[in-house]
Write a protein that binds this ligand. Structure first.
Ligand code: ATP
Ligand code: MG
Length: 332
């Protein structure tokens, strides 16, 4: 079965609705037909300098949210990135094959760096895409299910992989294909519907999976829309309303044209009230499941130990191959 790798950063206690719709629901569906590996990207999370005890806690909570979202440890390999040291090791090799200018063109770095200022930004944040390339290439992953926001990072991964194969032999690494599900690919901030909903945003435009559902309902009801007062899916002209329709469709399984028809002669308020209800109906049982997973830390640790062992078997084979190809002398 073709292999798939993806992950999320434990940068907050809670994931967002963007992570859920854009990534987690896809991960769950992919378990049926692929050999799936899903990690908690704690090394990536270090790029923003988290408080140590919080990072540990968030890594566990992220796992509990994967499980509550339907990722099945019997069918998927679940592991913590730092438990597989090959990630950091391969990243070094790849960073020596990545152009400085090439890395400088990554828009996510430019956006995040602009917010934090040059002094607040780290070299780790700059080389983040190289670590991400290592994550993917270690597992010979053929497909990488990520949101639209990660497209550029996947492209640089492909470029690095092709460069490696050109220099060191065509089968040094597997060049991955992106796997972006168009219709549900990207969820936007409710207050600023032209920026993506993100864990690092601090405003009231984010729906947190572990927030009080009442707060989330309120956020849906006060989402920014427009003055046209017609419910219509048109992301360019009507980003706010279109985002609400995307979320509604993803949570209920109803199609966007179907929703457009139902709300055609209704006010935005009706759409918001109904969507708020759908969000609460989704969040309430989700949070119950998260709590139940978190109440058994020994079981979470067992899942992680088994996952790390399986992941390392694959990763160590790839790393040995790459070390050999680039000319590192094997330790005897
Ligand atoms: P951060 O602000 O910490 O980068 P994030 O919300 O971007 O947080 P990540 O951990 O970087 O989350 O990404 C996890 C996964 O969620 C990735 O596959 C990413 O493509 C996806 N994702 C993140 N935000 C969205 C969004 N708004 N819509 C769809 N998918 C998203
Ligand atoms: Mg991100």
């Amino acid at each position: 079965r073709p292999r798939i790798l993806s992950g999320m950063q434990p940068t907050d206690d809670s994931l967002t609705l963007g992570n859920y719709i854009g990534a987690l629901t896809q991960w769950v569906a992919l378990q049926d037909s692929y050999d799936t590996l899903y990690m908690m990207a704690d090394l990536h999370a270090l790029t923003v300098n988290p408080e140590p005890a919080r990072l540990r806690e968030r890594t566990r909570r992220t796992l509990a949210q994967y499980l509550a979202g339907g990722v099945d440890p019997e069918r998927s390999t679940l592991f913590v990135q730092s438990h597989v040291p090959e990630h950091a090791e391969l990243a070094w090799i790849l960073s020596c094959q990545t152009g400085f200018g090439e890395a400088s063109r990554m828009t996510q770095f430019k956006d995040k760096a602009a917010k934090q200022g040059t002094d607040g930004t780290t070299v780790g944040l700059f080389t983040y895409p190289v670590l991400m390339a290592a994550d993917i290439l270690l597992y010979d992953a053929e497909r990488v299910p990520v949101g639209e926001d990660q497209r550029q990072h996947l492209e640089i991964t492909r470029d690095i992989a092709e460069r490696l194969n050109t220099r060191f032999g065509h089968d040094t690494v597997v060049v991955p294909e992106p796997h972006i599900v168009k219709a549900v690919a990207k969820i936007y901030d409710l207050q600023e519907p032209t920026s993506k909903m993100s864990k690092s945003a601090t405003g009231k435009g984010t729906i947190w999976l572990l927030d009080d559902p009442k707060v989330s309902a309120k956020r849906i009801k006060s989402a920014v829309t427009d003055d046209e007062a017609v419910v219509r899916y048109d992301p360019a002209a009507k980003p706010g309303v279109s985002n609400l329709l995307t979320i509604f469709s993803a949570l209920t399984g109803r199609t966007i044209p179907d929703l457009e028809t139902e709300y055609a002669d209704k006010q935005y308020g009706h759409l918001k009230v109904d969507l708020a209800e759908a969000v609460v109906e989704f969040l309430t049982p989700f949070q119950e499941r998260v709590d139940s997973y978190l109440s058994d830390p020994a079981e979470l640790d067992r899942v992680l130990a088994a996952g790390a062992q399986k992941a390392r078997e694959i990763a160590s084979t790839t790393l040995a191959r790459v070390y050999d190809r680039v000319g590192l002398l094997p330790a005897s």
